[in-house]
Design a protein around this ligand. Structure first.
Ligand code: AMP
Length: 289
């Protein structure tokens, strides 16, 4: 596995692989890898021949400076895990390499006024800008993103479509801890009771699924039932429990053909997010989480 720090080195390596007709797969990350990240590599390998992973803690997408400085980092550990998972090349740029003269941004209207966009101003502008830059740098055929960050995955699909970027986006399932907590690099900050209590987020999604299978489709019924369960785990704060349309990410009164039920809550200082995609086929609803 190669590790490169500059755009030039990366482009030379990609050009070489392309000259051998290799299809390029790309998994962007902020490092501190866990099984969730590695599952994206496994999926990418099924769709491409040469695996690129970026590790870049993108300051621009952090609305809270403390969250940026305390974001966990362990590059040696990441290298070992990535190599095992079949990554061929790690791109590990520094801030100067990525943002030499930052004047141009990618932003999106409407789809970021709810969910995480409502409480994290500038976050998705940072995400879209860095992902667009990384796509231009790596020029992958395929890139894999986790359902875990569903708003991110949906707006990246929208950016690719609206800007005609020549890359296929795959959205990968959420990988969870044995008790159901969605894996996240930030979970390392969860201490004591906060860690055990955080499972209520997953339990609230299970409750929503149960209600949906009993015929409940109204947001004003699903949201309070989920909120009760999350509250029982004594979160420091619930940011949102929302039901939105998958395509537009706008709140909806009742479930549509494809909807998202999403949660964000703080346990101690740690902000956790999770979600479920609900698909309607005929009269049947399928919950994917
Ligand atoms: P991050 O390093 O947190 O920016 O995440 C990099 C990629 O990994 C994003 O596409 C995330 O959605 C994805 N990801 C993070 N956690 C998980 C998880 N538990 N399961 C699947 N994918 C995940």
């Amino acid at each position: 596995m190669k590790i490169v720090h500059t755009i030039n080195e990366l482009r030379n390596e990609i050009a070489l692989q392309r000259s051998h007709n290799k299809k390029i797969g790309f998994v962007p990350t902020m490092g501190y890898l866990h099984q969730g990240h590695l599952s994206l590599v496994h999926i990418s390998r099924k769709h491409s021949d040469y695996q690129v992973m970026s590790i870049f803690v993108n300051k621009m997408q952090f609305n809270d400076p403390k969250d940026y400085t305390t974001y966990p980092r362990d590059y040696e550990r990441d290298f070992a895990l990535a190599k095992d998972a079949g990554v061929d090349l790690i791109f590990l740029p520094d801030d100067t390499e990525m943002y030499q003269n930052r004047l141009v941004y990618i932003d999106i209207e409407m789809m970021t006024d709810h969910l995480c966009g409502a409480t994290r101003p500038g976050h998705f502008r940072g995400v879209l800008t860095v992902v667009a830059k990384l796509f231009n740098i790596v020029q992958p055929d395929v890139s894999v993103f986790g359902q875990k960050d569903i708003q991110q995955a949906v707006i990246i699909q929208k950016m690719v479509k609206d800007l005609n970027l020549p890359v296929t986006i795959i959205v990968a399932p959420i990988i969870r801890e044995p008790d159901g907590l969605a894996m996240s690099s930030r979970n390392v900050h969860l201490k004591g009771d906060d860690r055990t209590n955080a499972v209520v987020i997953y339990k609230s999604l299970q409750k929503a699924e149960e209600l949906i299978h009993q015929g409940e489709v109204q947001s004003h019924k699903l949201i309070p039932a989920m909120t009760d369960i999350i509250t029982s785990g004594k979160p420091k704060k619930i940011d949102y429990v929302s039901v939105v349309d998958y395509e537009t990410l706008q709140p909806i009164e009742s479930l549509k053909e494809k909807s998202v039920i999403a949660v964000a809550a703080f346990f101690g200082p740690t902000r956790l997010i999770d979600n479920m995609i609900v698909e309607k086929k005929g009269d049947t609803y399928t919950c994917i989480y």
